[in-house]
Design a protein around this ligand. Structure first.
Ligand SMILES: Nc1ncnc2c1ncn2[C@@H]1O[C@H](COP(=O)(O)OP(=O)(O)OP(=O)(O)O)[C@@H](O)[C@H]1O
Ligand SMILES: [Mg+2]
Length: 262
């Protein structure tokens, strides 16, 4: 399938967005490069936003996040993915064979994929269920990595796994607030993946944006859908769209073309 079939186009690239934003006083946007998503978002995700990508298993969250990183890498924007439970090698082997995937991004460091375990070890954090102190230390380490490496696109896959076992909601809140501050300090754009169908209260109010992905059964077919329910700093469509995961990337089909989602 040709990505050009996608009828929703990005409005501007990153630099144009920054310049236009400076002139108009609007928030500058990170043009995700996923055309349909940029169309839904009126051009992209406002830079510095921490966006929760929620959805059940197999809804395409990791695929969307990896395309977000690869599209950035193709423009020279540095990306970092922290994987909480899969080794970088396994994750890379699972990266769908996107036509635009180029191993050079991994070799030259434009795209870094790190595993959480060694990061925790490096930060001297022994426990795997974070308490407030270790949550702050981890967030500080992530902030340092983002700022020192000039990372512009950050993905945590997944937040749910990082929060798993934390019973004290204050710890979850502190962790999310510190991650948000880290993303802001790096002037980058972050996607935190949540494996649940919807955000928890804390995830919902601390995040600057929420992208909900879902499965929708229709006449025996299981369609994948995407819906932006919140995005600070921009007006956006709140409609539900059908998505296709293809070698050209995530294609977003307007409601009527997709046959409608009730
Ligand atoms: N380019 C592609 N073309 C066709 N199918 C794809 C492509 N990329 C991914 N898929 C399929 O999409 C499915 C889900 O993808 P993905 O791993 O992104 O979902 P997820 O929401 O991250 O799931 P989980 O919650 O289990 O991590 C997989 O079963 C995979 O086979
Ligand atoms: Mg996944």
């Amino acid at each position: 399938m040709d990505a050009g079939q996608n009828t929703i186009k990005p409005q501007a690239d990153y630099r144009q967005s920054m310049q236009a934003a400076e002139l108009s006083g609007e928030r500058a946007k990170c043009v995700t490069g996923i055309d349909g998503l940029d169309g839904i978002l009126g051009g992209g995700i406002p830079i510095s936003n921490m966006v929760l990508v929620t959805g059940g298993s197999g809804t395409g969250k990791t695929t969307l996040a990896v395309e977000f990183l690869l599209r950035g890498a193709s423009k020279g924007e540095k990306g970092l993915l922290i994987s909480t439970f899969e080794s970088p090698d396994k994750l890379i082997s699972n990266i769908p064979h996107f036509d635009f995937f180029d191993e050079k991004y991994l070799k030259d460091g434009t795209l870094q994929i790190l595993e959480l375990g060694p990061l925790l070890d490096k930060a001297g954090i022994k426990q795997r269920i974070l308490d407030e102190e270790s949550a702050i230390r981890l967030a500080e380490m992530i902030e340092k990595t983002l700022v020192e490496n000039g990372v512009k696109r950050f993905v945590l896959d997944s937040l749910s796994s990082l929060l798993y076992g934390i019973e004290d909601q204050m710890v979850a809140k502190v962790l999310l607030q510190r991650l948000s501050a880290a993303i802001y300090a790096g002037r980058c754009t972050g996607l935190l993946i949540s494996d649940k169908a919807g955000p928890s209260d804390i995830e919902g109010f601390v995040s600057d944006g929420i992208i909900s992905m879902d499965n929708h059964e229709r006449r025996g077919d299981l369609l994948r859908t995407i819906q932006v329910t919140k995005m600070k700093g921009t007006s956006h469509s709140r409609s539900k769209y059908v998505i296709d995961l293809t070698s050209c990337g995530v294609l977003v089909t307007p409601l009527l073309k997709g046959g409608g989602v009730s």
